[in-house]
Design a protein around this ligand. Structure first.
Ligand code: PFF
Length: 464
């Protein structure tokens, strides 16, 4: 390759960028609502186990593939599979990742755009009036969703911000954004966490999250926890692989992986503590949990002193978290165009960004009430209704787990023991028994767990 590959300036740059990818709507929007739906305690425990047994080992595997090849997902599989069983067919896993990135970003950006609307509402003061009653806010949210112009506008703003960062590249764009956004995100979260401790519902939130009752646990909750561990850690489509391809050889993959997983988990748990403390403080009846972030949360914030500021900060937090995730998804697609098609970074960022933005308009219009798009349902189940519902189902239930399965199989079975050991020990020092545990998880535990998700989806279950 003509120019040497860009690199993070150091371990901190990599860890913050990768944690930024992992921490996103998955932590602040999805995890709280699926935890509520699955009755807390036992579900949280299974989720923690899924992160440790499946998520962390696969994250290390992705980073290994990236750093060893110094390529995008397609190039990485192409290079590392040379002379190995299966040969270049493994490139298919890379292509699946690029397609998954394209699809996920197209609708993720729409949802992320909603947070911009709410930041504006909160700081302009109008959220206070709407949040007087759950009914008025639900009515507002419903009409906001059904407004195609608004959906396209906020999707456009969010994609624009994402493209702008990727345009400037690894050091001046992504790393700089991560170093700015992540500390602000941690500070806002700390303020909100301290605030939530003072609310009367804090004790109940703690016991809801940490006192497991295994009678509440069903097979589908276990699968949901497993599936979510993929999404929340950005696994299966090559985001961690791509970020790993910019990692310096003298930095440690095991230590970085553990830090990223710990930060992601911590933030997911803190988000639950914050939201549940205030929900439980008022004994609020949560009607439809998937929209609590946009309907219930503001109503309760505004019952508390300083509600407007706290609420504005909260949506700022969510949008920053979402932005550091959308950047990492666009980078997968852009780095594919740069490495494989030979495009210049700026052209790659803008062209792939515009293509994804255009495709995302279909989702935006499908929630925005355009009949043909909102009733589009080739899969034929109630939950896959509309373009947005269909794409989300395909990506979360199929693309990510299948991608993750092949990443685990390739790294565990096709790369040799020495190859993976060298890469993990490079910049880290000798690993000892923990290497054996990691390799066992990757070869057996992770494929078995992900295989279970895939079989259950085949049998008709969903963990969305
Ligand atoms: N991990 C992100 C979240 O929790 O919101 C979502 C995500 C980012 C998924 C990047 C996949 C990905 F490659």
């Amino acid at each position: 390759m003509a120019t040497p590959r860009a690199q993070w300036s150091g371990r901190l740059g990599f860890v913050l960028a990768a944690a930024g990818s992992a921490i996103g709507l998955g932590n602040l929007w999805k995890f709280p609502y699926i935890t509520l739906e699955n009755q807390g305690g036992a579900f949280v425990l299974v989720y923690l186990a899924a992160i440790a047994v499946v998520g962390a080992p696969i994250m290390a595997a992705e980073i290994i593939l990236g750093r060893r090849s110094r390529r995008n997902p397609v190039g990485a599989f192409g290079l590392l599979s040379e002379g190995k069983p299966g040969g270049r067919a493994w490139k298919g896993v890379g292509y699946l990742g690029v397609v998954a990135g394209f699809v996920i970003l197209s609708y993720y950006s729409m949802i992320a755009g909603w947070t911009i609307r709410y930041i504006l509402l909160a700081f302009s003061g109008s959220l206070g009036e709407l949040a007087h009653s759950p009914e008025s806010l639900e009515a507002f949210f419903g009409s906001f969703l059904a407004n195609p112009g608004a959906q396209v506008l906020f999707h456009t703003l969010f994609m624009g911000a994402t493209v702008a960062v990727v345009f400037f590249g690894v050091g001046r764009g992504i790393e700089r954004a991560a170093k700015l956004l992540m500390p602000i995100l941690f500070v806002i979260l700390m303020i909100l966490a301290v605030y939530s401790i003072t609310t009367p519902g804090f004790g109940r939130a703690l016991s809801f999250l940490f006192r497991p009752n295994f009678a509440d646990l069903s097979a589908s909750s276990v699968l949901e926890a497993l599936g979510h561990s993929f999404f929340t850690l950005s696994l299966g489509l090559g985001s961690m692989l791509t970020y790993g391809s910019y990692m310096r050889r003298r930095d440690s993959i095991p230590r970085s992986t553990l830090t990223i997983c710990a930060l992601d988990t911590l933030i997911a748990i803190m988000a639950c503590l914050i939201m549940f403390s205030i929900i439980f403080s008022f004994d609020f009846e949560v009607s439809k949990s998937s929209t609590i972030l946009f309907t219930t949360i503001p109503v309760i914030f505004f019952k508390l002193p300083g509600g407007a500021v706290i609420c504005g900060l909260f949506y700022l937090l969510v949008s920053f978290a979402a932005l550091s995730s959308t950047i990492s998804i666009l980078e997968v697609v852009a780095s594919f165009a740069i490495d494989e098609l030979g495009w210049h970074r700026r052209r790659a960022a803008v062209t792939t960004g515009v293509a994804i933005w255009l495709f995302g308009i279909l989702s935006a219009l499908s929630v925005g009430g355009v009949q043909t798009l909102s009733s589009f349902n080739p899969i034929g189940r109630p939950s896959t209704l509309g373009v947005f519902g269909t794409l989300d189902y395909l990506a979360s239930n199929w693309f990510l787990p299948v991608g993750g399965l092949f990443i685990a199989l390739f790294t565990g079975w096709i790369l040799t023991r020495e190859e993976t050991r060298d890469e993990l020990e490079e910049g880290n020092g000798r690993l000892g028994w923990s290497f054996g545990i990691w390799r066992f998880m990757l070869r057996f535990a992770a494929p078995a767990a992900v295989g279970a998700i895939i079989v259950s989806v085949l049998l008709g279950a969903e963990y969305q």
